[in-house]
Design a protein around this ligand. Structure first.
Ligand code: FAD
Length: 384
């Protein structure tokens, strides 16, 4: 694994966590081969998530009165960085930890906080995100799923798509229309928490290019939601979803998706008989580390904005755009270096490379595409 870079600017109290997390991960992941670890974000292991929660590292920024560790975003940065760099299977608790928990903590009622947050922190409640619909991806404001008032609560009908882990999560937080029409755009949207076992919910899996089934279509047919299902204010869904996307885009998770491949490749180079390394390989490793150092420093800078209580939308979009480009380039650079290599290449490296290359196009789609992020950055800079 790569050592921390000398000029990182994380505060000492956060750095103190690093060795504890690393030794926990060394034990937990000892038997996990590289192609499995390369799946990290997609690796679903509820036992692992519960063990992590047992150490207090799920929901660690949530207040202690709701079951969290009450730590700051710098501590989360260190834990997430170690998890992803080592390829831990984080998928089970991932969305709840990163988005749903902070969203409920910020906009939820006390009843919602008391119910969901301790369960999130114990890794007993897994969440998925219901934003995209078949005709509404980048143009999220055009969504058509609709909740109408019904008794004290709501009745929901419509469809979501690409919903990561809907087939193995307990809850979805969905953005749906509660008033007006798709033409009303940002007005009239609201967020609900939906129990995925409720009558009228159907989940159908979709396989990705690598053969894994992690995302889904989700259908709602007259699903009854009680009054406590509404998160925040009715009609405030657009503002809330943007705050949620800042949680999603800002962390170190946008740098490390190809890190297991990098580690596996470096181990392969180090193990080479005679230890000889071609000059262009050395140059490439230098280029990779230089880019990683800059991105990491930027990501820490964005974390500092979160730690100051801000919602760094433009910075997060910039971070995600540059970070996912690096993750994609890394897979291609290593593929090129391996093709030019005339020595023996072991199966573990080939399988890790094949998986990372197949999945790499999705790095810049999930959580908002590159073109959309660039539009947001331009708007944030006052250029459009
Ligand atoms: C691995 C993965 C996991 C996902 N998980 C989830 C999830 O859990 N929950 C969820 O809700 N969604 C999820 N998504 C969906 C994801 O958010 C959407 O794929 C994404 O927002 C793009 O929407 P789309 O696929 O409909 O593409 P489209 O919006 O149809 O875009 C197609 C292309 O056109 C470009 N484009 C579109 N509009 C513009 C414009 N105005 N200007 C310039 N270019 C434009 C886009 O950049 C893209 O290249 C996931 C996607 C992936 C790949």
């Amino acid at each position: 694994m790569l050592e921390p870079l000398a000029f990182e600017r994380l505060p000492a109290h956060a750095q103190d966590l690093r060795l504890q997390v690393r030794s926990f991960l060394d034990q937990q992941l000892a038997d996990l081969p590289a192609p499995r670890r390369a799946r990290s974000w997609m690796g679903f292991d509820e036992h692992f998530s519960r063990a992590l929660a047992g150490r207090g590292w799920v929901g660690l920024t949530l207040p202690t009165r709701w079951g969290g560790a009450g730590l700051d975003p710098y501590c989360r940065f260190v834990v997430v960085e170690e998890l992803l760099a080592s390829g831990a299977p984080v998928s089970a608790h991932w969305i709840a930890d990163r988005q749903s928990g902070p969203l409920i903590a910020r906009f939820g009622t006390d009843v919602q906080k008391q119910f969901y947050l301790p369960r999130i922190c114990r890794a007993q409640a897994f969440f998925c995100i219901g934003m995209s619909e078949p005709q509404s991806g980048s143009d999220l404001a055009s969504i058509r799923a609709r909740a109408t008032p019904s008794g004290d609560g709501w009745r929901l009908s419509g469809q979501k798509i690409w919903t990561t882990n809907a087939h193995r999560s307990h809850y979805m937080i969905a953005l749906v229309r509660t008033s007006g029409t798709a033409e009303d755009r940002h007005k009239g949207l609201s967020q609900f928490v939906i129990d995925l076992k409720a009558p009228g919910v159907t989940v159908r899996s979709i396989r990705d290019l690598a053969g894994d089934a992690h995302f889904n279509e989700v259908f709602f047919d007259q699903v009854e939601l009680d009054a406590h299902a509404l998160i925040g204010a009715e009609g405030a869904g657009w503002t809330q979803v943007n705050a949620e996307l800042a949680f999603e885009r800002s962390g170190p998770e946008r740098i490390y998706s190809s890190m297991v491949l990098l580690d596996t490749w470096l181990a392969h180079i180090r193990a080479r008989p005679g230890g000889s390394t071609r000059e262009h390989t050395v140059v490439l490793i230098g280029r990779i580390l230089a880019q990683l150092a800059v991105l990491r420093a930027m990501s820490i800078g964005t974390t500092a904005r979160l730690a100051a209580g801000e919602s760094p939308l433009v910075e997060s979009a910039l971070m995600k755009d540059l970070g996912t480009q690096f993750e994609q380039d890394l897979a291609q650079w290593i593929a090129d270096a391996i093709s030019a290599d005339d020595g023996f290449i072991d199966n573990e490296l080939i399988e890790t490379l094949a998986y990372t290359q197949q999945i790499a196009p999705s790095f810049s789609l999930r959580g908002g595409t590159r073109e959309i992020l660039r539009g947001m950055i331009a708007r944030g800079l006052g250029l459009r």
